[in-house]
Design a protein around this ligand. Structure first.
Ligand SMILES: Cc1ncc(COP(=O)(O)O)c(C=O)c1O
Length: 299
């Protein structure tokens, strides 16, 4: 396989969740977790735009940043190994090992630990200058693969989902529902939908962490709604959430992870219970992957 473009189509699968069925809501899941064992989830769609641009400007690889369980760095490192480009990862905190960090090293990613204050500097305009001086051949990718170049994937996702509606016996769908970290995947769906169907984003980070502003800058003010789904903060996990996730996994016949997909489903259940959607509505839930991150929770 030479490039992201050759990754297979994400299957669209119907799921039966008792709390959705009770409200007369039909759900289908767009399984981005299934497109590849390693280069999976929404990451691959965001990275595709960056690698395309890097090739255009003659860069030899990509440099990016994230935490010690980062799904984004994991997919980037795996893609670099698979497609033959160099990768550098800038990590939050002091050097230590996690299952994700071990994988990054095994995939050949060059790692640098920035400490906590060094990582906080990532939003400064001069942040990348020393790294670009050190790695002039590499193109920087913002945290989580966010930003304009991460937007190209939405068109592919909308096309793939629509092409499979008939196999579910669906003529149409009412809306999209997905987890948001940077909001880039949501923004890409909003741009691709051009107002045809609303996109609901369940935020895995607090609402005041800049996501609404970032989404507005990428996709404008309309065609979507953002909801707080972080349950006390990014990365916060409680027993009720894990019990809910395990129950959903059993009913859906697929694995989830706590930080994004489980929180997004929790928020969806709450909105369904609040009767946000009329009986008979058909919704597409995007499984944004991230299953490698389960290991950080001993799952
Ligand atoms: C599993 C998972 N789902 C959703 C997201 C959020 O995607 P985005 O940053 O495009 O909003 C991320 C990462 O940010 C993720 O790792």
């Amino acid at each position: 396989m030479a490039d992201f473009a050759e990754l297979p189509r994400a299957p669209l699968q119907p799921v039966a969740l008792d709390w959705a069925l009770a409200a007369g809501i039909e759900l289908a899941v767009l399984r981005l977790d299934l497109i590849d064992p390693l280069i999976c989830g929404n990451k691959s769609y965001k990275l595709a735009g960056y690698w395309q641009q890097a090739q255009k400007i003659g860069a030899r690889g990509l440099i990016s940043l994230g935490g010690d369980h980062s799904n984004h760095l994991h997919a980037l490192a795996a893609a670099g190994q698979r497609f033959g480009f160099s990768t550098v990862g800038l990590l939050r905190g002091e050097p230590h090992e996690t299952p994700t960090v071990k994988d990054l090293q095994a995939f050949g990613m060059q790692l640098h630990w920035l400490g906590y204050s060094g990582y906080r500097a990532r939003h400064r305009t001069d942040f990348w200058a020393p790294w670009q001086a050190l790695y002039p051949q590499l193109m920087p990718v913002p945290e989580g693969g966010g930003g304009h170049l991460g937007l190209v994937g939405g068109a592919v996702l909308v096309e793939q989902a629509r092409a499979q509606l008939a196999t579910l016996g669906w003529g149409d769908y009412a809306a999209w529902w997905l987890a948001c970290g940077t909001g880039t995947t949501l923004a890409s769906l909003v741009c691709a939908e051009e107002g045809a169907h609303p996109v609901y984003g369940a935020l895995a980070v607090p609402m005041n962490h800049g996501v609404p502003e970032q989404v507005a800058a990428l996709a404008g003010p309309e065609g979507y709604e953002l909801l707080d789904a972080c349950r006390g903060g990014f990365g916060k996990v409680d027993d009720a959430l894990i019990a809910f996730m395990v129950d959903c996994e059993r009913q859906m016949g697929m694995l989830l992870e706590p930080l994004y997909t489980a929180k997004a489903l929790w928020a969806l259940r709450e909105e369904i219970l609040e009767e946000r959607f009329a009986r008979g509505s058909r919704l597409i839930f995007v499984h944004t992957g991230g299953l490698q991150g389960r290991r950080g929770f001993g799952l």
